[in-house]
Write a protein that binds this ligand. Structure first.
Ligand SMILES: [Zn+2]
Length: 276
């Protein structure tokens, strides 16, 4: 399989879910072996921040990348999931704020913009990471396991210890068709009881019931309709895919996740990288 970039530039605008700033993005073609690189065009010298595990900088409830305390990119995971899902290897993303826009809370708008730009095969082979031994990371009730398999499958188990949000499991082989249909439209969510606490901490400034599913104490979704009966667990699977993009190689293997979030997802990527 050959590496791919986009055929032409595409521009869009949106508001970040956590920091609430409006930002303008331009996706541009990139040379083979560039990977996905964010460029903060609003900062002096326009620093480049690669979407790569070595630059992950931990933040609450989201992924963030940083090359120094000023040059950061928050919440790239839904955009990176779209890159993974579309099979895109190389891309320059110019952005004039620290946070990727939330759009509708899913990967679909990003996926659609990438499709609009078109894909172009490049003169270099895709980098493939074949899981050859079982690799596991865990923390309290959360765990992630990677094991050898011919294709690439994600298996997620969600359990919040809440009667109104029962334990559930979701399994999907990741290919472009499955991504576009089964994962890309799944939107981010928050428990109503958590939302107020997050807003007190200065997060969720750009979030509302249209770009974030807010789950009330009876399990219903406030002021919105679900796109899938199990939309929440599909979104957790989408987040995992976006975080796995940070390995910088396409994975061949079976990933089993129990209650994992961004910090543990990044831990797995580090351990995969170290255990080859
Ligand atoms: Zn998410």
């Amino acid at each position: 399989m050959k590496q791919k970039t986009i055929q032409k530039e595409v521009t869009f605008t949106g508001v970040g879910l956590h920091l609430g700033q409006e930002s303008h993005l331009t996706l541009k073609p990139a040379q083979a072996n560039t990977g996905v690189v964010f460029v903060r065009v609003d900062l002096p010298n326009q620093p480049r921040i690669p979407a790569y595990i070595d630059y992950v900088h931990h933040q609450m409830r989201r992924t963030a990348l940083a090359i120094d305390p000023q040059a950061q990119i928050h919440t790239p995971e839904h955009l990176l999931a779209a890159c993974y899902g579309r099979g895109l290897d190389n891309l320059i993303i110019e952005i004039d704020s620290p946070e990727i826009p939330g759009m509708d809370g899913s990967s679909k708008p990003f996926y659609d913009h990438i499709c609009e730009a078109g894909l172009e095969e490049q003169d270099a082979e895709s980098k493939i990471y074949r899981v050859s031994i079982e690799v596991e990371v865990s923390e309290e009730k959360s765990s992630l396991k990677a094991r050898p398999q011919e294709n690439f499958t994600l298996n997620y188990t969600m359990d919040h210890d809440l009667a109104f949000l029962p334990r559930q499991q979701f399994t999907l082989e990741i290919n472009e068709e499955n991504f576009a249909r089964e994962l890309a439209p799944a939107r981010t969510f928050v428990l109503k009881r958590e939302a107020e606490a997050l807003q007190k901490m200065g997060l969720g400034k750009g979030a509302n019931t249209q770009n974030t599913l807010v789950i009330d104490d009876d399990g219903s979704v406030m002021e919105n309709e679900l796109r899938f009966e199990n939309e929440f667990i599909r979104h957790k699977t989408l987040d995992l895919l976006g975080d796995l993009f940070l390995l910088g190689e396409k994975i061949q293997g079976y990933i089993e996740a129990e209650r994992s979030g961004h910090a543990l997802n990044a831990e797995l990527v580090r351990k995969l990288k170290a255990s080859r």
